[in-house]
Design a protein around this ligand. Sequence first.
Ligand SMILES: Nc1ncnc2c1ncn2[C@@H]1O[C@H](COP(=O)(O)OP(=O)(O)O)[C@@H](O)[C@H]1O
Ligand SMILES: [Mg+2]
Length: 171
Amino acid sequence: MSSHNVSASLTLHSDSQAATQRIGAAIGRVVNAGQVIALRGELGAGKTTLVQGIAAGMGVEARVTSPTFILVNEYTATEGRRLVHIDAYRLAEDATLADAATFGLADLLVEAGMDGVNVVAIEWAERVATLLPDDILTIAITPCADDPDARTLQLTATGAHSAAIIAQLAP
Ligand SMILES: Nc1ncnc2c1ncn2[C@@H]1O[C@H](COP(=O)(O)OP(=O)(O)O)[C@@H](O)[C@H]1O
Ligand SMILES: [Mg+2]
């Protein structure tokens, strides 16, 4: 079976910033180098919060901050891995390859799949959808109307590596 036929999904609920960080940490503990994680959700949904958890789970000791105005931050993690944290917010919704190339996104994504080192987490991933590989873990974070601290996290895997993460998270 080709990886295109492997898919999985999981819906998780978070009732606090700390709970979202715990979900991220669970992902960070099992993620392998080469994985691309696409984060969707409006401003303030909790994308950066989730990446802080992923970083903690990967053993990153540095403080993870929003790369909105820097576009790319890189962190050294354990087991020879690096976490590359990208925010595509400032890219136009119809971002061209040329736009993304200004900060090397295309190259970063190719490296992610080839060098066996980088885990890539991308906020506003929908803005660079055409650059993403087939096997990605997409996490859409949605606020809940009735509780300002509640979020729904919808995880969707589109390949074997992403599906393996979901399998390890599922209760
Ligand atoms: N359950 C939750 N998960 C994540 N963030 C939450 C939650 N509840 C409240 N928040 C707040 O929402 C904000 C999320 O900010 P941030 O992670 O920077 O969002 P984004 O990167 O999506 O713009 C923070 O101020 C955080 O304290
Ligand atoms: Mg953010």
